[in-house]
Design a protein around this ligand. Structure first.
Ligand code: KG4
Ligand code: ZN
Length: 376
């Protein structure tokens, strides 16, 4: 049920709105306070408690462990976020919470907490799509205007979205299997490098020859913007085994060459698919063409450099939100909730948690479910 909460949220001055955000869809418990004054949103606080150590020994996120950890720490995150902002619950105008997509137990932990806070305070409850939180972040950090193109690329997500409005998204394509972060993490495991794998593989790759070992570029020969990374990982496993058989073990040089070859393949796949997505986006003749990349994999130097160069060639503004706002956080959830709060909309206490919640209902559903939950 979607309820209207009147012209002014909680009777607050519409010029200024202060909203709490809660995020728990994967392995980060987070809370944040965002304030919008005269159309400009500012992050007053953002608290993130990661769970990497809890899942490390299992080689991936264990949904039950994640859900329990969220239930244990989320209220502390909320307290800390309010404390850092110097505010009390009574200073807020609304509560935004990730209602999906993600690991259902974790999403439920956040939704139940938000419902409890809303019921206790009478503050409007706003269910937010986690992917919308990521996709709208360039408006918060870089003042992007609609429509802009977005590449979400992390351990759980990989998709191109044209962001046309606060709740209008067009998916141009995405991974049909693993997300690139997942592939980086698996590659690190295969090469005996530490987790999270992305930074470790990037560092290792600097010492390697990216051209000595040939790895495939899955789906690059097919039209469109869809991507695939699971075949690349299998090819890497075979190449590693061949190197080990030839040398009687994995030499330092072979490990660096494998890391470099893998990273080069990911860079080339992302560059070519982004080039195609940009061409489709530019057909819309946007007034101020702009592209943003977000998600943990956006931290990768060679990937960032390739996308920056591509945008410069195409005359498109490039932005990558600061890492703290482009990996999972609750400020993006609070920010995404602001538009609905300002419009006087809210959800009822029957708000449901959704494991799958595609941003673009008209796009073909994504296949499979990664280690970080269902793909949207
Ligand atoms: O956005 P994020 O923090 O969490 C979610 O996946 O939702 O992204 C984490 C992912 C991990 O798979 C990690 O290995 C990858 O981002 N990552 C990187 C780099 N830094 C983090 N991948 C490649 N290069 C990096 N420098
Ligand atoms: Zn995310």
């Amino acid at each position: 049920m979607v309820a209207a909460v009147g012209a002014g949220a909680s009777g607050a001055d519409m010029a200024t709105l202060t909203i709490l955000g809660i995020e728990s869809s994967c392995d980060d418990s987070a809370a944040a306070v965002v304030r919008r004054t005269e159309g400009r949103a500012t992050v007053l606080s953002s608290v993130v408690r990661g769970q990497t150590a809890l899942h490390a020994q299992f080689g991936g996120v264990v949904p039950e462990i994640a859900a329990r950890a969220h239930a244990e720490v989320l209220d502390h995150c909320v307290e800390a976020a309010l404390g850092e902002a110097g505010l009390a619950l009574s200073d807020l105008d609304g509560i935004a919470v990730t209602a999906g997509p993600g690991l259902i137990g974790g999403v439920l932990s956040g939704v139940m907490l938000a419902k409890g806070l809303s019921a206790a305070t009478g503050l409007p409850l706003i269910g937010v799509n986690h992917l919308a939180g990521h996709a709208l972040t360039p408006r918060l950090t870089d003042g992007f205007c609609f429509p802009y193109l977005m590449l979400l690329v992390s351990g759980g997500h990989c998709q191109f979205l044209v962001v046309e409005g606060e709740d209008r998204f067009r998916r141009l394509g995405g991974t049909i299997d693993d997300a690139p972060g997942e592939a980086f993490d698996k590659t690190a495991r295969l090469l005996g490098l530490p987790q999270p794998g992305g930074p470790a593989v990037e560092i290792e790759a600097r010492q390697g020859d990216a051209d000595r070992i040939a790895l495939p570029r899955p789906l690059l020969d097919r039209p469109g913007c869809d991507m695939s990374f699971s075949g690349l990982k299998t090819a890497l496993l075979r190449a590693r085994d061949a190197e080990m058989a030839a040398a009687g073990g994995l030499t330092r040089a072979a490990r660096a060459d494998l890391a470099a070859a893998f990273q080069k393949a990911v860079v080339e796949i992302l560059r070519e698919k982004t080039r195609r997505a940009l061409a489709l986006y530019l057909e819309m003749s946007p007034d101020r063409p702009a592209f943003a990349v977000a998600g943990g994999v956006a931290a990768n130097g060679p990937i960032r450099a390739a996308l920056t160069a591509l945008c410069a060639e195409a005359g498109v503004e490039f932005a990558a939100p600061p890492l703290a706002l482009c990996t999972d956080n609750a400020a993006m959830i609070a920010h995404a909730g602001l538009a609905r709060l300002a419009a006087g909309e809210a959800d009822g206490l029957d708000l449901s948690a959704r494991p799958r919640w595609p941003l673009d209902g008209e796009a073909a559903p994504m296949i499979g479910s990664g280690r970080k939950g269902a793909k949207a």
